[in-house]
Design a protein around this ligand. Structure first.
Ligand code: 3HC
Length: 313
């Protein structure tokens, strides 16, 4: 029986078809899907903090409204993704506990501080730009609920990137001080944005299997290179310099060559030793605890509803 199920699973993958919640999948596939989807969801939820920090200090009502919409979008992305993880049998409460206890990860990028309002623009331009690079291929991921969630998320990410780039364009047309703020923020966010794509392929324990199962459609290094190639002309149009003296066009490769990434910094962040790791988790834990009464009230209401239906039956 299992052989027939495995054959059907492999055949679905080979024919570039989608697997749905009702389909049998190998335990390893289910586990790695829950791992990737839940950590993606955690990233969206934690990712609300760096920019949320500027909502009350936005320089105009228009900027505040745009930033509010973006942060609300990220919350929605987290909810879609937790729902997708639940279709694989994951329990949302358990996933939240794993995030808060450090048993599961969220994207390294959200462990950096947002020092000036230019950070809000650079996050939109580079961080959401990197997210688009990484997530558009996920719209073709082999797991149906994840791929479909990605289609909606990617549409919203394009708004996120455009609003960030437009914010920066406005500042670059402003005062010298504003132009310096944009350059300074770019200097801080460029390298961490390259780390978003994950470790080099040679150091990635998951990429080979995820490519075979068509969870991933491109490797970490391929998408990182695509992001660099996309970002260089955008930086030129903006009038900022990317902080990498080795960045140069390689006509032979048809790509930009770029400098070495500080993977020790990346590893430190993943160990929880980044500038904002403790603050991000403390805030998420506090929000979870503050919301306990809502969960209890909803559970009590649901139980009462069930009792009513039982006695009415
Ligand atoms: N931050 C934190 N952990 C990371 C990481 C990063 N930037 N990159 C890799 N890792 C972790 C992986 O989770 C894995 O650890 P695990 O086995 O305990 O889960 C380990 O480092 C090795 O990395 P691999 O490359 O082998 O892992 P993956 O095959 O899972 O690839 C990934 C990593 C490219 C991030 C992939 O998981 C992925 O594409 N995930 C979906 C997209 C995503 O999560 N993006 C987060 C960005 S936040 C975002 O998009 C919000 C937007 O609003 C900006």
């Amino acid at each position: 029986m299992t052989e027939e199920l495995e054959r059907r699973f492999e055949d679905t993958i080979a024919r570039d078809q989608r697997l749905e919640p009702r389909d049998w999948v190998p335990e390893g596939y289910r586990k790695t899907m829950i791992r990737q989807i839940s950590q993606h969801a955690h990233s969206e939820i934690i990712g609300m903090q760096p920019e949320g920090n500027w909502i009350t200090r936005a320089p105009s009502l228009r900027r505040k409204a745009i930033l509010l919409a973006k942060v609300q979008d990220e919350a929605g992305h987290g909810l879609y993704l937790y729902s997708a993880a639940e279709t694989l049998g994951a329990d949302r409460t358990e996933l939240t506990e794993k995030l808060i206890s450090g048993a599961q990860k969220y994207s390294s990028i959200f462990n950096y501080p947002t020092v000036t309002f230019a950070d809000v623009g650079v996050i939109g331009w580079l961080v959401d730009g990197a997210a688009i690079c990484n997530q558009v291929p996920l719209c073709r991921s082999s797991y149906g609920p994840y791929a479909r969630g990605m289609i909606r998320i990617c549409k919203e990410e394009s708004f996120h990137q455009r609003q960030g780039y437009e914010l920066l364009m406005t500042m670059m047309r402003g005062t010298e001080a504003q132009r310096e703020m944009v350059q300074e923020a770019t200097n801080r966010w460029w390298w961490p944005s390259l780390m978003m794509f994950g470790p080099p392929d040679a150091d990635s324990p998951n990429t080979e299997q995820s490519m075979a199962w068509k969870i991933k459609r491109h490797t970490n290094d391929e998408l990182r290179q695509r992001f660099v190639d996309m970002s260089v002309p955008q930086a030129e149009a903006l009038g900022v310099t990317l902080p990498d003296a080795e960045l140069s066009w390689n006509a032979e490769r048809g790509h930009y060559d770029f400098g070495a990434i500080d993977w020790d910094e990346f590893k430190q962040i993943l160990k929880g030793n980044g500038p904002c790791n403790a603050e991000r988790i403390a805030k998420r834990r506090a929000a979870h605890e503050d919301g306990a009464w809502v969960r209890e009230a909803a559970a009590a209401h649901a139980a009462k509803q069930r009792d009513r239906e039982r006695s009415a039956a």
